[in-house]
Design a protein around this ligand. Sequence first.
Ligand code: HEC
Length: 143
Amino acid sequence: MTRRLVRIVSTAAALVALAAGTRAAAQQRNGEAYSTTPEVVREVYDMRAAMAPLLLGETEVRGRALFAQRCANCHGGTRQRPGPLLGKRTVEKLGEAAIREKVRTGSPMMPGYEHTFLPAQLDELVAFLKTFTPRPQSAGAQE
Ligand code: HEC
C-alpha cells in the first residue's frame, strides 16, 4: 500500500518536473522569451456591405474595374498606399476636368495615363468616382 503510494507520488513529481522543463524550454530561446501562441487580430467585416448587390450602370462598373486595376493600389490614404482617398468628394472638390488632367499627366508621385486610357475610359473612371465613397482605413491598416 505504502509502496504504491510512493510510486504514484514520485510519478506525479516526475510529470510535474517534466512539464515545468518543457514550459521553460518553450518560453526561452537564445536567452529571449518568446511565445508559441500566435497573436490573433480579429477584424469585423461589414458582411452586409460586402454582399449588397452592386447598384452601378455599365459605365460605372467599367470605371470601377479600371480603378481597381490602376488606382486602388496607391489610393488608400495610408503610408503604404500614399495616394489620397478618392471618390465623390474628390470630384466635387477638384472638378471632372482637373481629375482627367491629373490622370492623364500624373505627378512626380503618380504615373500619367495619357497613353494607357482612351478618352472613353477616363469618362468611365470619373463616372465611377462620382458614385464612390471610400471607407477610411482602420487604424490597423496604417502600417
Ligand atoms: C503609384 C501610385 C499611384 C497610382 C498608381 C495612382 N495614383 Fe493618383 N496619386 C498618387 C499620389 C501619391 C497622389 C498625391 C500627390 C499628388 O497629387 O501627386 C495622387 C493624387 C491623385 C489625385 C489628386 C487628388 C487630390 O485630392 O488632390 C487624383 C485625382 C488621382 N491621384 C487620381 C488617380 C487615378 C484615377 C488613378 C488611376 C488611374 C491614380 N491616381 C493612380 C499616387 C498614385
